[in-house]
Design a protein around this ligand. Structure first.
Ligand code: BG6
Length: 487
């Protein structure tokens, strides 16, 4: 991924958690790898509480360095990385301060990238202030999630930002789209002739998509308590994964071809009737429990969380897609904090053979199953039935494994690194277009409304388990179960 295009990467929220853990480490990795960032490219950090560049560099050394390269930092590369960093002290509440930024950026070559690693309430004021000093020209703007709280607030932000930046200048990040295995899903589906003919209702019985976390809400209790798992994970990451699993083959990999196909899926999601929400969606909240041998506290006692909180930390939901390819196939989406394992995977359960001359086991749905594990380790496992050795014809489940680290010596590129390089190089395919985002909000909205109006609290589950039993019962109604419940 060689580049010679110069850039200035302006980082708002330069001392925030995201800058510290993700953005600056990702830029460092791109710098260290060599050839990915133009030599003349600069990073201009913007913050209010830091006096000057020297103080910012001290902050970067203290807070960012521990988050780069687990195997030790290459000191020469680190020193040259710091040379790329400049600093402008701005109070984001004072639009007049933006003239300082304009002066600092004046006469620089190449594209300007404004990365808003700030709370969403600052997105619109920052865009207005940038426009007031003419900085919306020749530039791209990166918006972090959460982009709004519901359809209305998301539209309000998109309308206001859209008055200042054209849609092709706006990069809405969903970091799941930057993950290598998610890219690989596209390669698997559209680079091989093997799967696509079977990838449809005639041969697929059900699909599960799980993003399970062992972590709790960490230091984000306050934010999370006002957000919940449906907004934090389902509206964006899970629906994006779903759209990649279910989309039609795009005409090409250019940004709009891919995003058009994803949008078609999102628009085809069967709207949820508010009266059915109890049947098709389960919300849970973790209580105290044990994770890997350590006791962990209940959600309601986490710092920043209201004691009587009804915020969900777990969601399982049944989704249907109203089109010819997927009519009648249930997609089960699930995510939660403080679950039994950290895993993100997609499970495609194929139908049973139409007639078995080989006994009942061949008639079991799910005998053929494809499990695409996205993290922690990227693998693809294809389950088949085979004859057990010995007398008679008894079938047993066996699997073919594809572990990518055995094939590719190079490590995976971290999601943020790929996405930041894409912004700098003007590649929009892995960013969420406004219409996709709207379609996703529109679909989750009845659930949000119903839960907000309901006086029933989320179902409790013990930390370290797989969530409320109701999530299993929902699948049982379709004659299936979550992958970890097999056998
Ligand atoms: C973020 C959510 O978008 O994704 C977090 O806000 C969540 O709550 C995180 O922990 C999960 O991402 P990953 O890459 O660790 O699976």
């Amino acid at each position: 991924m060689q580049t010679d295009s110069s850039f200035t990467f302006v980082l708002f929220g330069g001392t925030g958690d995201l800058s510290m853990r993700k953005i600056l480490p990702a830029l460092f990795e791109a710098h260290r790898a060599g050839g990915m960032l133009a030599d003349s490219g600069k990073i201009v950090a913007v913050a209010r509480h830091i006096a000057d560049r020297a103080a910012y560099i001290d902050w970067v050394n203290e807070h960012v360095k521990p988050h780069v390269s687990k195997n030790g930092v290459d000191e020469t590369a680190w020193a040259s990385f710091l040379d790329r960093i400049e600093f402008v002290k701005i109070d984001l509440g004072k639009p007049e301060d933006f003239t300082l930024l304009r002066d600092a950026l004046s006469g620089r070559p190449g594209i300007r990238v404004f990365y808003l690693a700030t709370g969403p309430s600052l997105f619109v004021p920052i865009c207005h202030a940038l426009a007031s000093v003419g900085l919306n020209e020749n530039s791209r703007i990166v918006l972090e999630k959460p982009l709004g709280y519901d359809l209305k607030s998301s539209n309000a932000i998109n309308d206001a930002v859209g008055e200042i930046f054209a849609e092709e200048q706006i990069y809405r990040i969903d970091h799941y789209l930057g993950k290598e295995p998610v890219q690989n899903l596209l390669a698997l589906r559209f680079g091989n002739v093997l799967f696509e003919p079977l990838w449809r209702r005639e041969w697929v019985e059900s699909i599960q998509i799980t993003i399970a976390e062992e972590l709790g809400v960490e230091a984000r209790g306050d934010f999370y308590d006002n957000t919940g798992a449906l907004r934090d994970m389902v509206q964006n990451h899970l629906l994006q994964l779903l759209s990649i699993v279910a989309m039609e083959p795009p005409h090409s990999m250019d940004s709009d071809s891919v995003r058009d196909e994803k949008l078609r899926v999102l628009r085809a999601l069967k709207p949820i009737d508010p009266r059915d929400i109890g049947k098709v969606a389960v919300r849970g909240q973790y209580h105290a429990g044990v994770i890997r041998g350590s006791a962990v506290p209940a959600y309601a006692t986490e710092p920043g969380v209201k004691q009587d909180s009804t915020t969900e930390t777990f969601v399982a939901v049944k989704v249907e897609i109203e089109n010819w390819r997927w009519a009648g196939v249930p997609f089960f989406l699930r995510t939660g904090k403080r679950l039994a394992d950290r895993v993100a995977e997609i499970v495609v359960n194929f139908r049973a053979v139409p007639h078995s001359a080989l006994g009942v086991s061949a008639l079991r749905g799910g005998a053929n199953r494809l499990v695409i594990r996205l993290q922690p380790n990227e693998t693809i496992r294809l389950y088949c039935l085979a004859k057990q050795p010995g007398e008679g014809m008894n079938l047993a489940s066996v699997h073919l494994d594809l572990a990518f680290d055995r094939f590719f010596r190079e490590g995976q590129m971290e999601a943020y690194q790929r996405l930041l390089l894409d912004v700098i190089n003007g590649r929009l395919a892995l960013f969420v277009r406004r219409d996709e985002q709207e379609a996703a909000w529109r679909w989750v909205e009845p659930i949000l409304n119903e839960w907000a109006a309901s006086n029933k609290p989320p179902k409790p589950y013990a930390a370290g388990t797989w969530g409320p039993a109701a999530a299993s019962a929902m699948l049982a109604q379709h004659g299936t179960c979550w992958l970890e419940e097999e056998n």
